[in-house]
Write a protein that binds this ligand. Structure first.
Ligand SMILES: [Zn+2]
Ligand SMILES: [Zn+2]
Length: 91
């Protein structure tokens, strides 16, 4: 039986102690999880990938419907923050 690896730190995590992502089932150490950051609206724990995709889906919906209503400096702020996130992922 192969040992599980925590998707956050990459170190082994025991089957019994592993917290599983409620979407994809990825194993994580409880100590690697910031529950405030990785919980969804129902309080389920997600892995960082599924949490990021869920947040992007939400943002996608907001901007698809309401981008036209975000104007001027507010629009520049949103664009600036999106660029910062892209840079973070490209590091
Ligand atoms: Zn870990
Ligand atoms: Zn996941």
């Amino acid at each position: 039986m192969g040992s599980l690896k925590c998707v956050i730190c990459g170190k082994p995590v025991g089957e019994a102690e592993a917290v599983r992502c409620s979407i994809c089932g990825a194993p994580m150490h409880k100590s690697c999880i910031d529950e405030e950051v990785l919980s969804d609206a129902e309080g389920n724990i997600l892995c960082p990938r599924c949490a990021a995709i869920a947040a992007l889906d939400w943002l996608d919906n907001i901007l698809s419907l309401y981008a036209h209503s975000i104007k001027g400096n507010d629009r520049e702020e949103v664009i600036g923050r999106l660029k910062t996130l892209v840079d973070l992922l490209k590091q």
